[in-house]
Design a protein. Sequence first.
Lengths: 275, 266
Amino acid sequence: MSILQMARGTAAQRSPLRDAIEDFGAGLKHWELWFTLGWHDVHQRYRRSVVGPFWLTISMGMMIGGLGYLYSGLFGQSLERYLPHIAVGIIVFSTITTIVTEGSTVFISSASTILQTKAPLSIYVYQMLWRAVLIFAHNMCIYLILLPFFDFRLGLVTLLAVPGLLLNVIIGFSMGIVIGGLSTRFRDVPPIVSSVMQVAFFLTPVFWTVETLKGREAFVYLNPFYYLLDIVRLPLLGEAPPMLMWLVVIAMAIGGTVLAVIFFACYRARIPYWV
Amino acid sequence: MPSIKLDNVSVSFPVYSAVSRSLKNKVISATTGGRIGNKANHLIVHALEQVSLSFTHGDRVALVGHNGAGKTTLLRVIAGIFEPPTGTVQVEGKVTPMFDTSLGIDPDFTGNENIILRGLYLGLSKSEIMARMNDIAEFTELGQFLELPVRTYSQGMQARLAFTMATCIEPEILLLDEGIGAGDEEFLDKANVRLDAFIAKTGILVLASHHIELIRRFCNKAVLMEHGRVALFGDLDEVLELYRRRAELAESGEQTKNALLEGVAG
């Protein structure tokens, strides 16, 4: 089956809800296309440079080194304990930021392709997520380099980062569908999203810790990004995320998916008109 | 057997950027484009109105009509890109829209990489593309150049690559917007033979074009579009004759419009 041959029954049998779910499924089936496109996206940015995509890693490494040294002094914490916290924090949070901000432009930036090929719209979201995961993998080199020098306390519990990341990707998918779709109609959404993410970087315990908040913990517990961040960060630092955190993130994934299906059932067919 | 059936299809576009409807716009809309309506805070362009058409295997249909008459929108409806809010579209067979043969060609990637990417866009799997790789390499005569980034190619070489990739499939239903460019002179004869064979293998061809020569070469039927409506569908000569007469009429209208515009500007 080709991407150009979407199941298109007669109008009488078509239901928007089924079309939406079929779009998600058909998009997954065409993994070869978004798999290749995602790789190309990452490579393209650094096509003719010597170290290629590792420039992303290098610049992030410099940021982690600089901020880690500075803030461990400011907060009066030992570098051995603080640097792993900020390193993993920045690596994971930048992945979340990438998914959310690129998710908001996922259909707009593929407008010409959308208007020229009949492909499930979800492939553009899968492509964006795959690209974000690839960049995350590049950045994880920093983590591997830091491992022998710092106190990470790894164990089997570290493997919990994988389901954590997977949940992030599922939530990222529904955000991409909903926010990306809304952005095609309301072009003010992407700038709003990117400013929200900028503020979120400071309001989420990326480079500070919850313990230092004394008395204002609610600030963190009401912040969804806190859960998305720590569900991946804690295992990478050798701690199991508490049960409540799993429940919150799983609830977000389920809620997001339901929202994405409903949104797509209502507006999927309009997106080509809006881009 | 591939077939296409459109029944009472209407498509309209919301235009959300506030366009002021000046006298000038009104005058222009009388001679170009689809009908423009107004709804609350945004404009609506009626790109297609009550279009009913039916094509079957062996039909080589030309879409004619002046700019903005709805040709491209109609192609996109047949391709399934635009799902019309009213009316029904029934398409049997695999549809290959080919509106821009350079879609997905990235100058920073090598010829081989671009062949894979373009093939994936055309709906082939990687193994299907690999099976065609030799044929493409041989036909383009690009040889070792396929290992180099496309930006190092001459214009002619790029056109060859795009042409060969476009014609490496066997579409059941092929949708073309303004034909397929074949590239340089020396390549042209060879390309023409391949293009004829390619079109012959196609079940249904729908070609939107202003190029009468191209239409006569490939088509046996035609649809004349006017302001988003089907003015006439039928035998090629009959439709082209009407199209020619309407174009002459429009030309004299154009002169009136210019005179009017000058009057407004002055």
